[in-house]
Structure formats: structure tokens, C-alpha cells
Design a protein around this ligand. Structure first.
Ligand code: AR6
Length: 184
């Protein structure tokens, strides 16, 4: 786990590490429509949170999202055994070369920030949504995330953390940020 680097006057923190270890108001889960868990960061979050998380997701399905959580939407549960107080579940788009899904990926970040703000949260941490199993090109995803953060964070009380799992991802993010002119 690295010490966070900061952008956007300290409102955006960027680090390498395991998101399940972060003590924040909410971590965001890169889930799937079913909300029933999976591999990648979703699996790690469910393992660390314990079985109560799956029960809470089953209740969300039953009460709010009987057909599953659509791409770009968000749903809130407690964090149970996680150090994070809450989990915001979102579904990133599956990458497709011929269809522009950038708005859906942006929506995951926008709606997570909105929900966190509505809940009076101060800190939120994101994994690199859609860039694993869902195949979104990492650099393109970073551009989308930076655009959302630059638009939203100056008008919010939130401190957002981007938690990359690998050192290479952190390095790639830094390169994209510097290419786009974001200063640390
Ligand atoms: N902490 C932070 N980042 C992580 C962790 C972790 N513990 N584990 C993995 N990552 P993915 P997706 C990174 O595949 O592409 C699941 O099965 C990983 O290196 O988890 O949105 C769901 O159920 C990558 O950079 O999510 C869905 O079916 C990033 O998290 C599907 O995968 C996202 O990779 C969602 O695919």
C-alpha cells in the first residue's frame, strides 16, 4: 500500500493498495447486475465484508432492483466486517470497441459521488471500475475518471481516493494525469 499522492488541491488522492483495507465512509464495488458477488474486487469485498453483505445485496435485489442493477447505477449497503462504513455497489459497462460506453462508466463515478454526498459522507474510495474482467482500456478509463473528479470534487465536501491494485496501474494513471495537465 502506497502513501497517497494528491491532485485537485488534496480533494483527489491516488494510491496503490487493497481497497478492502481502507477506513473510509464508503468503498465502491465494481459489481455486476446480479449483486450476488463475483471475482476481482467484488469477490475481495464480499470475502472481507462477510456473509451479511450478500444478505444485504439479496434484500436490495428483492426490494429495489428485482431485475438487477443496471449499468452505471448505484446501490448502498453497510460495510459489515470491512473497515469501510458502507459499500456503494455499481456496475461498470463491459467494454465494446464499437459502442461508446464512456457515459456509463462516468455515471458509476458521478452517481457514487452524488450518493455519498447525499448520505453526508466525507471520504469515498474507488477501484478502477470496468478495467479488469470488463475489459475497459485502462488509459481511457483514467481519462473518464479524471474528468468526473475535476468536474465534481471542487463543488463537494468529499475527499475521493482512487485505489489501484497494481503498481503498474498507479504508474499508468500518473502518466495519463500528467499528459492531461493535472498537477500533483
Ligand atoms: N482492491 C483494489 N482493486 C482491486 C482489488 C482490490 N482488492 N482486486 C481487484 N482490483 P474487476 P470489472 C482491481 O475485474 O472490470 C467481477 O467478477 C483490478 O485489478 O474486479 O468492473 C464482478 O462481479 C482492476 O483494476 O472489475 C463483475 O462480474 C479493477 O479492480 C466483473 O468482475 C476492476 O477489476 C466486473 O468487472
Amino acid at each position: 500500500m502506497t502513501t497517497p499522492m494528491t491532485y485537485m488541491s488534496g480533494r483527489l488522492q491516488v494510491m496503490q493498495g487493497d481497497i478492502t483495507a481502507l477506513e473510509v465512509d464508503a468503498i465502491v464495488n465494481a459489481a455486476n447486475h446480479s449483486l450476488m458477488g463475483g471475482g476481482g474486487v467484488d469477490g475481495a469485498i464480499h470475502r472481507a465484508a462477510g456473509p451479511e453483505l450478500k444478505k444485504a445485496c439479496e434484500a436490495l435485489r428483492r426490494d429495489q432492483w428485482p431485475d438487477g442493477l443496471p449499468d452505471g447505477e448505484v446501490a448502498l449497503t453497510p460495510g459489515f466486517n470491512l473497515p469501510a462504513r458502507h459499500v456503494i455497489h455499481t456496475v461498470g459497462p463491459v467494454y465494446a470497441k464499437t459502442i461508446d460506453k464512456s457515459d456509463l462508466l462516468a455515471s458509476c463515478y458521478q452517481k457514487s459521488l452524488t450518493l455519498a454526498g447525499e448520505q453526508g459522507m466525507n471520504t469515498i474510495a474507488f477501484p478502477a471500475i470496468s478495467t479488469g474482467v470488463y475489459g475497459y482500456p485502462f488509459d481511457q478509463a483514467c481519462e473518464i475518471v479524471l474528468g468526473v473528479m475535476a468536474e465534481r470534487l471542487p463543488h463537494s465536501d468529499l475527499i475521493a481516493t482512487l485505489c489501484f491494485f497494481g503498481e503498474k496501474d498507479l504508474e499508468a494513471f500518473r502518466n495519463v494525469a500528467s499528459r492531461l495537465g493535472y498537477q500533483r
